[in-house]
Design a binder for this molecule. Sequence first.
Ligand code: CCH
Length: 290
Amino acid sequence: PAKAQKGPFQPKFEDYQKVYDAVAKKLQDEDDYDDGSYGPVLLRLAWHASGTYDAQTNTGGSNGATMRFAPEGDHGANAGLKAARDFLTPIKTQFPWITYSDLWILAGVCAIQEMQGPPIPYRPGRTDRDVSFCTPDGRLPDASKDHNHIRAIFGRMGFDDREMVALSGAHALGRCHTDRSGYDGPWTFSPTVLTNDYFKLLVEERWGWKKWNGPKQFEDSKTRTLMMLPTDMVLVKDKGFRAHVERYAKDNEVFFREFKEAVVKLFELGVPFEKTSGVEERWVFKSSFE
Ligand code: CCH
């Protein structure tokens, strides 16, 4: 009798949870990077993969993982993200069936959850695309700019004021590096734990220009160890943005809920799920500390 034909491997939730677990374990094992975690830079990779989306032309976004290729990988905004891509290379080798584009977003989800953020519902279905799908430079925000720029960049992706502010709360995590963006320092005192501290600090601290030779940035007057970018400070100067900053500063639960919703939207921009996996339901991965 003919042998039953084995179909192509159809990964299920359990298989993706294994990838999550491997990323979470590597995050714990390699705790000598930066402030003690690759989490922030993994989140930034997922955001910069997604944030190239243009709603009008339906180009860019996390589908494709085109930052692997020189033109896009070398865009100024992506400086330093090689550290995140290299971190994930052995995971891709261990689980060759997952696409780079699904892996980068899964790693962003894992980073948020492992840094004690809210559970981020996830679904696979991204396919890797070739170099011809690289997006033009200039689609990601420029930290030296004003409220018009923020609204233009995030508006192009399809976000409103509330979502722009919620997403910016990611700056509770990580830091600026002089050899990457030129800016320097962390936004909060706990850059490897997601909290609403970024918003609290924005409204509660006094911020002044940092006196140095680098690009224009703010420092807190009290400790002079924390920083804000010009685009961060816009969120308290602009009335429309400020209302949301104040809401999030007051209530971490509200921040977590609205951050989660905006991140799910961000990570799925331009991904044609119907045509690929057909997966409609989203999954919530179990975190390592559950
Ligand atoms: Fe950001 N971000 N970001 N950011 N970002 C930087 C670092 C992180 C802007 C500029 C910068 C979002 C929005 C904006 C993270 C997540 C998000 C840096 C320093 C600059 C500059 C890079 C360096 O030197 O290494 C600007 C401008 C905007 C909007 O106007 C959004 C949205 C997200 C995620 C949802 C994270 C995380 C980091 C820390 C990375 C690290 O390596 O520590």
